[in-house]
Ligand binder design. Structure first.
Ligand SMILES: [Zn+2]
Length: 303
């Protein structure tokens, strides 16, 4: 059964999460929904060590010390949990995209700390969406990010990054979408993307570009429409709308030009888009996702 998520607006958020203890309590509930259980031996009794915020197993052969942040995006953080909760709230509720500079000012933290926290939170978003696979009639096309718009033709533009966009549709309405950064629009990359993102035996709609013929080797159906120039918009309507929206989102705040972090910004865009029907639940859903995601290390971000 789908987990019931809480609708929470700014006023409710402020009154519910005022202290470190409030945030810790929520993480405890998410980690141990049926009450504490020792991660090592399964024992249900513990002693709380307030200074180190650890839950020590009472089993005398174990004494394992668990924390509510271990195994989450907040693992080993030195930033107060309250600031994490605010970061999650502000990031997920800002459709235009929140910059690290803006967040650093709001939370009185350095820009680097804000930037790192935001990337860890985005990892929580992307891990959660990885659990879901697309189904239905799926529009698929490639789009190019970075560089100039005039140079927006397939395969051209040296500074550009190729992105595969997949949009699941139902009766011409958009359901869910995924965007995947690839190094080039090749059959192999298309196949890997489909295998990672889509349930078996779905229907794909693409334009006539030859790389998409790889779909014919899978158990999916392939409807190929050869279109010239501007008419492509009428055949693959949703991918074009989403490509344009995602580019505005990135241009507006992130000024993304490099490939390295583009995937995470696209994941953020898709995470919010895919939950547009549950706008009030965005915070509760994301704090849950962040409590279940191992996050990304500093070394991974900066290497
Ligand atoms: Zn134990």
């Amino acid at each position: 059964m789908e987990k019931p998520y809480e609708d929470i607006n700014l006023i409710e958020f402020q009154s519910k999460y005022k202290t470190e203890e409030d945030c810790e309590k929520r993480l405890f509930e998410l980690r141990w929904p049926n009450g504490y259980e020792c991660p090592r031996c399964g024992n249900k009794e513990y002693i709380y060590l307030p200074k180190r915020k650890l839950y020590e197993c009472k089993n005398k052969d174990c004494y394992y010390q668990a924390s509510v942040t271990a195994g989450t995006v907040m693992h080993r953080t030195r930033t107060p949990l309250l600031k994490w909760f605010w970061a999650i709230y502000l990031l997920v509720t800002d459709k235009r995209g929140l910059s690290a500079l803006a967040l650093s000012k709001k939370l009185a933290i350095s820009t680097w700390v804000a930037w790192t926290m935001m990337h860890k939170i985005r990892k929580g978003m992307s891990d959660r969406d990885t659990d879901y696979k697309l189904a239905g009639i799926i529009e698929m096309d490639d789009s190019y990010f970075g560089g100039t718009r005039e140079d927006d033709k397939r395969g051209r533009g040296t500074g550009k990054t190729a992105v595969l966009i997949e949009v699941a549709t139902n009766d011409d309405a958009m359901n869910y979408a995924k965007m995947t950064v690839i190094d080039a629009v090749r059959g192999e990359n298309i196949l890997n993307t489909i295998n990672g993102n889509v349930q078996p035996k779905q229907v794909f709609k693409t334009d006539g570009f030859s790389a998409y013929n790889i779909i014919n080797t899978t158990d999916h159906q392939h409807q190929k429409k050869v279109v010239k120039g501007k008419k492509a918009h009428t055949v693959l309507k949703w991918v074009h709308i989403l490509a344009s929206n995602a580019k505005s989102f990135l241009d507006g705040t992130y000024h993304v030009t490099g490939k390295k972090h583009l995937q995470r910004y696209l994941d953020e865009f898709c995470y919010r888009l895919n939950r547009r029907k549950w706008e009030g639940q965005l915070f509760d859903r994301l704090v849950t996702a962040c409590a279940c995601s191992p996050g990304v290390t500093w070394a991974e971000l900066t290497s």
